[in-house]
Design a binder for this molecule. Structure first.
Ligand code: GAP
Length: 443
């Protein structure tokens, strides 16, 4: 099963979805660049999330806060003190591991008895030491203590510190939510499984501000909403999704209750999104560190309180890996690899192919292309045999192939080829737009 990831990595490079960062310099560990198809797919996914979280909920609005923020924010949030991974080194071969890879309860492991998984030496592993995952940087030209800050390890804090400004500007009444999509950075000790765990990634987070006492109910609601998103919007099969509840030992420093939505990847069940009850922990800490009152005033009930926060936190890159993994299909019967993206997600919706490069067919095909391209991402391809052109697009996940032939000149019809079934139908040029539009709606 792990081989599927290897094949996916190779397909992603070949077709322009994802490249290892700094490729010509030999690569840069745990960072990836998104190519032409990758960025289209990523945008389609993030737009779906944004639409679902903001447009479908009257009481949820968006923001876009800075990646660099006041360093005190990270002290207040607890990330300076507690955002650590336990690290063990092999003194023999210098391999480095997260201690919790050996056991969830790594504090009770006798490290003298453990064997290094890489070189096999027993007793060569160090005791775990805590390693802070935040990337430090300096603001301004002089590198001294007062100028130090961090690249944000989560987008959430940018929402908390702006919450009163947003609430006032939009006249929001509790319960309300603030959503944000943006980059986050973590100096992960072990980065593996392609884009699953990287040092630079994007989060799609929504923080829902509720009245204390209503938090448990809200948590239930968001758990349900978020789980359904993967089925109803991304089209994933329910059997590959499940919840995992965090036990006390797994809970982040800010959480009262936490649930992961997990997907069954080729490398095993793994987290794609977290739903957390963060209580009023973050707002309390920001009050303490900033000296500002961050309470909310409920005018109707003449009640002042510090809201509780239910957080939904998804990784965009992980969601993309989920979509890629789910779409990957080896059609052995026809000796082809197909990315079976839902048309709504597909980076390219259709390829327009003139059958031959003469007799006015390229011109006719270009005309169709020009009409469609204002509505959808379409490409034009006249290179190689029709079969080869289709197979290229099967790997790109393009749901429709439109072939313009001599009959098209006479009667304004084309052949439409469906990616998954390879079925071909004769349709009029006018029907193409409706077929693509309808396919994107259905799930
Ligand atoms: N604000 C809460 C928070 O950041 P988290 O469980 O640490 O919670 C939330 O992260 C989501 O962010 C994860 O479910 C995952 O999808 C994504 N994520 C976290 N670390 C990541 C990494 N190193 N690479 C890619 N995605 C990551």
């Amino acid at each position: 099963m792990e081989k599927i990831i290897e094949k996916l990595v190779s397909l992603c490079k070949r077709r322009g979805f994802i490249f290892q960062s700094s490729d010509i310099y030999g690569g840069f560990s745990a960072i990836y660049d998104y190519g032409p198809l990758g960025i289209e797919l990523k945008n389609n996914i993030s737009q779906l999330w944004w639409k679902e979280m903001t447009q479908s909920h009257e009481n949820i609005v968006g923001i876009d806060s800075g990646i660099l923020m006041h360093p005190k924010i990270w002290e207040a949030s607890g990330h300076v003190g507690a955002f650590n991974d336990p690290l063990v080194d092999c003194k023999q071969c210098k391999a480095r591991y997260r201690a919790d890879e050996f056991s969830d309860d790594y504090t009770s492991v006798n490290w003298q008895n453990e064997q290094c998984p890489k070189c096999g030496t027993r007793g060569s592993l160090t005791e775990p030491r805590q390693f802070n995952l935040m990337f430090k940087t300096h603001v301004g030209p002089v590198e001294e203590t007062g100028t130090e800050t961090y690249l944000r390890p989560e987008t959430a804090q940018g929402i908390y510190v702006n919450y009163q400004l947003v609430q006032g500007a939009m006249r929001l009444k509790i319960p309300f939510g603030i959503a944000q999509i943006g980059k986050a950075f973590r100096n992960e000790i072990i980065a593996r499984n392609f884009i699953f765990r990287t040092r630079e990634f994007e989060q799609m987070e929504m923080q829902y501000f509720v009245k204390p006492g209503t938090d448990d109910e809200s948590m239930q609601q968001w758990k349900k909403n978020r789980f359904q998103f993967y089925i109803n919007h991304l089209g994933l099969s329910k059997s590959k999704l499940r919840f995992h509840e965090h036990e006390d030992s797994e809970l982040a420093h800010y959480a009262k209750e936490a649930w992961d939505i997990e997907y069954k990847f080729p490398f095993g069940w793994s987290e794609i999104e977290g739903i957390h009850n963060r209580t009023n922990y973050d707002l309390l800490r920001h009050e303490e560190f900033s000296g500002k009152k961050l309470s909310y005033f409920d005018q109707q009930n003449n009640d002042r309180f510090l809201p509780y926060i239910i957080e939904t936190s998804a990784g965009l890159n992980r969601m993309l890996l989920t979509v890629l993994t789910d779409a990957y299909w080896e059609d052995k019967k026809n000796n082809r690899t197909v990315m079976k993206f839902h048309p709504r997600l597909a980076p390219i919706k259709a390829v327009i192919c003139p059958l031959v490069k003469k007799d006015g067919l390229p011109e006719k095909a270009r005309k169709i292309m020009n009409e469609l391209k204002t509505h959808f991402k379409i490409i034009y391809d006249q290179q190689g045999s029709i079969g080869k052109r289709y197979y290229r697009q099967d790997e790109a996940g393009t749901p429709f192939g439109i072939t313009v032939d001599h009959q098209s000149i006479d009667d304004d019809t084309v052949t439409i080829r469906f990616r998954d079934t390879q079925e071909q139908n004769r349709i009029t040029i006018n029907e193409i737009k409706t077929i693509i539009t309808n396919s994107m709606l259905n799930l």
